[in-house]
Design a protein around this ligand. Structure first.
Ligand code: ADP
Ligand code: MG
Length: 461
């Protein structure tokens, strides 16, 4: 039996005591509570004494209700009108309400319509899905951390409203840059909530391209889909790699959005072409030999960690390289499942397919049908899906950290073999949403699954 209740907290005169917690007789039984008992009532880190009282059966209520004295609701940070779940733990005489999930974003903007900038639509979808699932959600940023252990934030209730919340059961980390993530106050806050309040944090850090490949290197089942990749060290390694692969990709280990990537092509006569994906577009330069090419790249490569990777001969459509991006998520049982997979076609004159570099998105089926691999599209599609899952499972078990969703970038070489390009722990939602006829009013399955995982992490089952 589901123990989701609708919170009502109206007229103080309805309650005999400031600590009153009103529940139906059925709900009291379902939670294994005793009528008229005194419990510790908790919502996230907030805790108050509650007196459980049986509510008179309401005339025509559509669902179960939790009646709270407004003072009790205020002290716990529970707002009237929301839906949440109840779990009673007899050994601790504690009634838990929740789960309360905090979504941590880089910043909040002073705008009623777009308080989270380009993330606003996704946050609204999350807020609605939370309401459906009985999950309390609020949205905050590093700016709000100084009010800890009370956290100011925004919540969605038809429109964006301000509220104050206790430390949540779960934090979904959507900080979109390492700059924010590495701030001492952010690190301190995240450590403190885990230690003091047992808050579970997911997608708690960025993945480094070198760390990903070293974590996956030992997985026998993935051996055939890992292009040769190493942390970039020096000219000698570059020379050795170029002896094995005519095309090499040299990427910032902590980069994203197809930014700052070198593509080096060593021709048979030893001359080199270096293409570089800059913000402004692709730049191509030619050098008489590898050492000259290296000297040109060295200025950049010395400033941060890079990965050097075998360049793959990617499947193309109309001469443009194509790759694939899978969204793999953990479900309400903590198991990895594939939520979606789309193909991305690089823009004209580009060697990276990222949407941020003008790439376009299309259905996998369609991309394959238009390629030289059309006759094998069924089996290739199955392999793409199973590889994405295996990669996510392997990251989940080999990399320290809690990941609820991963974006897995895959490629097909011209022979139709599936290869891993990289794994993202902060997949951008826009990368996966093909326009569909689905009902705008409903949250996408991937958004609902995210919340199911949060419920699982919070232990609200
Ligand atoms: N080894 C490779 N061979 C061919 N193309 C590649 C390779 N690595 C990356 N690319 C292209 O560059 C894009 C960006 O690379 P990726 O590793 O995903 O870095 P980012 O973190 O910047 O997205 C890929 O989506 C793909 O189009
Ligand atoms: Mg990528």
């Amino acid at each position: 039996m589901t123990r989701i209740v609708h919170v009502r907290s109206l007229d103080p005169a309805l309650y005999e005591d400031e600590r009153t917690v009103l529940l139906s007789a059925g709900m009291i039984r379902a939670c294994r509570l005793a009528a008229d008992s005194t419990v510790k009532f908790r919502f996230g880190s907030a805790s108050c004494e509650g007196l459980v009282r049986t509510a008179a059966a309401p005339a025509a209520s559509p669902g179960e209700e939790l009646g709270l004295h407004p003072e009790l609701a205020r002290r716990l940070g529970i707002r009237g009108g929301c839906r949440l779940s109840l779990v009673y733990q007899p050994s601790a005489a504690t009634l838990y309400a929740g789960p309360l999930v905090g979504v941590l974003l880089s910043r909040l903007y002073p705008s009623q319509e777009m308080p989270f900038g380009s993330m606003t639509a996704f946050c609204r979808e999350l807020g609605k899905a939370g309401e459906e699932a009985g999950v309390s959600l609020f949205f905050f940023s590093p700016e709000e951390m100084h009010t800890f252990p009370d956290l100011a934030g925004l919540y969605f209730d038809g429109e964006w409203r301000k509220g104050v919340f206790p430390v949540p059961h779960v934090i979904y980390n959507r900080l979109t840059s390492r700059k924010y993530e590495n701030k001492p106050e952010v690190q301190h806050f995240l450590k403190a909530v885990q230690l003091r309040h047992q808050t579970r944090i997911f997608n708690d850090k960025y993945l480094d391209k070198n760390a990903v490949f070293s974590a996956l290197g030992g997985e026998a089942s993935l051996r055939d889909c890992l292009p040769e990749s190493h942390p970039f060290s020096n000219y000698h390694m570059l020379k050795a790699m170029s002896g094995r692969h005519p095309v090499l990709f040299i990427k910032p280990a902590s980069g994203s959005l197809g930014k700052g990537i070198f593509r080096l092509h060593v021709r048979e006569d030893g001359s080199c072409e270096v293409r570089f994906s800059a913000l402004s577009g692709t730049v191509a330069l030619h050098y008489p030999d590898l050492f000259e090419a290296y000297s040109h790249m060295a200025g950049k490569i010395r400033t941060q960690a890079y990965q050097i990777q075998e360049g793959l001969d990617l499947m193309t459509i109309g001469g443009r390289p194509v790759d694939f991006r899978a969204l793999v998520q953990r479900d309400g049982d903590g198991e990895w499942v594939l939520s979606s997979i789309v193909a991305r076609i690089a823009a004209e004159q580009h060697f990276v397919s990222n949407l941020a570099r003008g790439g376009t998105m299309t259905a996998v089926q369609e991309a394959l049908a238009g390629s030289s691999l059309a006759s094998r599209k069924g089996s290739i599609q199955r392999t793409l899906k199973s590889t994405a899952l295996t990669v996510a499972q392997a990251i989940g078990s080999n990399v320290k950290g809690t990941f609820g969703e991963l974006g897995v970038d895959l490629a097909l070489d011209a022979a139709g073999r599936v290869k891993l390009l990289e794994v993202n722990s902060k997949p951008s939602r826009e990368e996966f949403s093909l326009p569909s006829a689905s009902d705008e009013a409903l949250a996408r399955p991937s958004v609902r699954r995210l919340l199911e995982y949060a419920v699982y992490l919070a232990g609200f089952m």
